[in-house]
Design a protein around this ligand. Structure first.
Ligand SMILES: [Zn+2]
Ligand SMILES: [Zn+2]
Length: 245
């Protein structure tokens, strides 16, 4: 499994980083895990052939993770002229959220006759799925239920495990999410300010021993985290970082 971090930024593009978007390749199949508002720009900076992406999987419905979907679909329709089927997967309600987002961004477009078949798949903690050849398990995260259910995912392929928190404050669900994972990519938005909906570095350090992962990589860093990151023992994500599992 190869994970390329196309966007490692927070909601506001702090540090000039793109919104969250991960490109996941496994066994010849490809998907995006989250596709935030700036992700079309991030994709266009790479050589990724987007018609080969079979699946978009979302952690939750905030714009910095989900906001790139409408433009992705319209680009597929009118520019890339996609004919390959596309799976749009995410938490409960993903189809309705997608149609709302398309209609908000491009009024009238939610009724488009798409050139490619779209299948919506709900992935929940009770309902794992196989997406783009990868086994996907969802874990409930502690973030903002207005934009959710908010989920972290555990991706398994070829005996390797990649875990991603999406956005979350500390929750004990991060423990099974990351248990035995080859890599845990975890949000760490703030430095020492404890928030109800995001993780801060102090809390992460307190719980570091609970996270049974071989390698931890911090992402979604806000301005204060970015200012302190050179001091940290943990790896930090950056746009273009490749995680090979
Ligand atoms: Zn976010
Ligand atoms: Zn969020």
């Amino acid at each position: 499994m190869k994970v390329t971090i196309l966007g490692s930024g927070d909601a506001f593009g702090s540090g000039g980083r793109f919104n969250t978007c991960l490109h996941v390749e496994a066994g010849g199949e490809q998907m995006l895990l989250d596709c935030g508002g700036s992700s079309l720009v991030a994709l266009n900076k790479t050589g990724i052939e987007r018609n080969r992406l079979s699946t978009l999987l979302f952690t939750h419905f905030h714009g910095d993770h989900f906001g790139g979907l409408p433009a992705f679909l319209l680009e597929a329709q009118f520019v890339s002229r996609r004919t390959q089927p596309l799976t749009i997967a995410g938490p409960r309600g993903v189809e309705q959220r997608a149609l709302q987002a398309i209609e908000n961004d491009f009024p009238g477009a939610s009724g488009n006759a798409w050139r490619f078949p779209i299948t919506y798949v709900e992935v929940t903690p009770e309902t794992p799925a196989t997406l783009a050849g990868v086994a996907v398990e969802a874990f409930p995260m502690e973030h903002d239920q207005r934009a959710g259910p908010c989920q972290g995912y555990r991706l398994q392929h070829g005996g390797k495990v990649f875990a991603f928190s999406g956005d979350s404050a500390w929750t004990d669900a991060l423990i099974p999410l990351s248990a035995g994972a080859d890599v845990l990519l975890i949000e760490c938005y703030t430095w020492d300010q404890v928030l109800a909906n995001h993780l801060d570095y102090g809390t992460l350090r307190e719980h570091r021993a609970d996270l049974g992962t071989k390698r931890i990589v911090l992402t979604h860093m806000g301005p204060l985290m970015l200012a302190h990151q050179e001091e940290l023992p943990e790896a930090r994500a950056h746009d273009g970082m490749v995680l090979s599992l």
